[in-house]
Design a protein around this ligand. Sequence first.
Ligand code: ATP
Length: 294
Amino acid sequence: MSEPVRLRSLLRDWISVVRSPAPAYNEAPAPSGLSIWDPIHLGVDEYGRPVRVTLAYRNALLAGEPGAGKSVGLNCIVGHAALATDCGLWLFDGKLVELGLWRTCAERFVGPDLDDAIQALGDLQTEMDRRYDLLDTERRRKITPDDAAHGVAPVVVVLDEVAYYSATVGTKSQRESFSVAVRDLVARGRAAGIIVVAATQRPSSDIIPTSLRDLFGYRWAFRCTTDSSSDIVLGAGWATRGHTAAAIAPEDKGVGLLLAEGGEPRRIKSAYLSDEQVYALADHAAALRARDAA
Ligand SMILES: Nc1ncnc2c1ncn2[C@@H]1O[C@H](COP(=O)(O)OP(=O)(O)OP(=O)(O)O)[C@@H](O)[C@H]1O
């Protein structure tokens, strides 16, 4: 298209937008503006460039020593997922106070009760199997944004302090049931639209065994105490290649190494949301979700 014609057509489009009456709030709800299929803003890299990742068909692991900035990083993901009304949000928080701020946006919120957590994971497994049956019947491999029209939307499952459920409370057999269910969801959930985001302040091999860690497409290592705990999060060998979260200074809160499938770890600083901002976003997201559900 030649330049004057392109400009004329842009102007025409613009005028038609300006002239069209503004939709009344209750008649034509505007979309929230965010979608779980869109990239999620996590923060900035060392050059100040924005770092964004697409969570659909992926899982994410966040780990680092206490106070390193995991919860702040997690809030970036949960905030996007909450505002994206085209996904379900299931939150697991043994401490209640981390993800509790987002409770009003959650389709399901699980607190410290391990039996509740196991039950909720079981329900997710049932939903996952139902979706695979559906895909099998329709000879398809994975769910897509079009499935929303049939009520099949991605579900973002956030587990904050996964070690609380898998290694701290309950009996050995309960903890085992929890871990087996998490592994199953992380291993099989992606194509069915079940996205697992797990966080832990215990980057050790009993909490993040290699076979589980390798199933996470995104690994975000906040400051760790040793090279080996950094490698447990990112993968063996990264520390010797110069990528270790043990090199992050203790005062560099919110800084972590992000490994995205197939790449090299990048040093990034997460975006920061204060508690007041989280509450404001959570209220807004809850209102959008309630409006969409009505
Ligand atoms: N991106 C950031 N920018 C500025 N400050 C940050 C950032 N991330 C974290 N902090 C600071 O570090 C503190 C600890 O962060 P956060 O609560 O996320 O740590 P954590 O790793 O989740 O700790 P814990 O494992 O004990 O829950 C925050 O209260 C905040 O003051």
